[in-house]
Design a protein around this ligand. Structure first.
Ligand code: V47
Length: 376
């Protein structure tokens, strides 16, 4: 074994942060600002990689999943979004249940281990539609984990059904929902939220809904949308609010920073994020979110090439086959809509990491094309 290279930087502000990271101590708000502001991105990345390797060694995770977006009809009209449509507008769609179940079965021949289900806030679809959708999927694909509905959708469905959030969660669980994805968090700061997604639940409500999800015994993910009109303070504030809730619930599995894609949105005049911004965001996330087990470099959002680099800057997961991505592609993403399992493994191996296929709960999966088993 060769000795690890010692930490080196030209940025004196990083020295005390490095001392804390190497001692396993928690970083502060100001440390977060210094990490965002440092010109020495390689040193920031070195620190994030140190933490990442301490937690996960050489392993990098991927999964075999399928996204299903049952409707793009949405009452919210968020400025950040190119996916949502008003009811009856050109390009709007809502899947009949049979259509959603057929979609679930379509795509690659490899047996998927996860359905990732999110959609618009439809003004008329009742909670029963979603319960039937999930129940029907469980009947047809009993081994597949159902990761469905963001905190925003749950709060919306509960209000429409005149139920409390815990009652809504109980019904979703009974129907077969196994965990929740991390979307809809955007940026918690009110000032930014009012501009990019005015009609969504506010940051406090997102966090309170996540708390109730975790109290119901379900795990969830968390996201942050960056690269629009937020500043470094907003980003650090967002990350530390997630960290504080995680201290209480331990219900978050994975954090996924999401770069804003401006095309076809009312914010189309904003520039796209650069590769360096994306890489730094992964590293700062790994360093500030010391109590999150996983940091995901979602390849669809950051491109496969940047996701590969991210595996050496703090990320331990690149997400999955996806098969049919819509939200980013409506906003101008140029990545393929899906990727085969072999290709995900090749990307990880070429980044010098050891690919491990996981299920949604990070248990390792062994498989043939048609079937899989999960290590317990
Ligand atoms: O909530 C919407 C974001 C999210 C745009 O939990 C946009 O494993 C960029 O949450 N540009 C949905 N982002 C995606 C998401 C997700 C993805 C992969 C894995 C997981 C997980 C969760 O996408 C939305 C919003 O934050 N989004 N529009 C846009 N124009």
């Amino acid at each position: 074994m060769t000795e690890p290279r010692p930490f080196q930087t030209d940025d004196a502000r990083l020295e005390p942060i490095a001392a804390k990271v190497l001692a396993g101590e928690r970083l502060s708000f100001d440390d977060g600002l210094a990490l965002y502001g440092s010109p020495d991105v390689l040193a920031v990345g070195w620190l994030a990689n140190y933490v990442r390797e301490k937690m996960h060694g050489e392993v990098a995770y991927f999964n075999v999943n399928r996204h299903i977006n049952p409707t793009n009809v949405c009452v919210a009209a968020c400025r950040l979004c190119a996916f949502g449509r008003k009811k009856g507008a050109d390009g709007s769609y809502t899947m009949a249940l049979e259509q959603a179940w057929e979609t679930a079965a379509s795509g690659y021949s490899e047996a998927v281990t996860e359905f990732h289900i999110v959609g618009g806030l439809h003004p008329d679809l009742p909670l029963e539609y979603f319960l039937d959708l999930v129940h029907g999927l469980k009947e047809r694909f009993p081994k597949v984990h159902i990761k469905a509905f963001t905190m925003v959708e749950i709060a919306f469905l509960a209000r429409r059904a005149k139920l409390t959030i815990p009652e809504t969660l109980r019904k979703l669980k009974e129907a077969g929902v196994d965990s929740m994805p991390g979307g809809g968090a955007e940026i918690f700061a009110d000032r930014v939220r009012h501009i990019i997604c005015d009609h969504k639940i506010d940051g406090e409500e997102w966090l309170e809904t996540a708390r109730m999800v975790h109290e119901s015994g379900l795990k969830s993910n968390a996201t942050m949308l960056y690269g629009h009109i937020e500043n470094d303070e907003d980003r650090v504030d967002h990350l530390l609010k997630l960290r504080a809730l995680q201290d209480e619930t331990h219900g978050f599995q994975t954090f996924i920073p999401l770069a804003f894609h401006p095309d076809n949105t009312p914010l189309a005049h904003l520039p796209k994020t650069t590769g360096l911004t994306d890489i730094r965001q992964i590293a700062v996330s790994r360093l500030l979110l010391d109590n999150f087990p996983h940091i995901k470099a979602y390849w669809q959002m950051m491109t496969a090439k940047i996701a590969q680099i991210a595996l050496r800057f703090g990320a331990d997961d690149i997400d999955g086959t996806v098969i049919e991505e819509k939200i980013y592609h409506d906003a101008g993403a140029t990545t393929p809509q899906g990727m085969r399992r072999q290709e995900l493994m090749r990307l990880i191996t070429a980044a010098g990491r050891v690919p491990v296929e996981r299920d949604t709960l990070y248990r390792s999966v062994t498989r043939t094309e048609d079937t899989f088993t999960v290590a317990v």
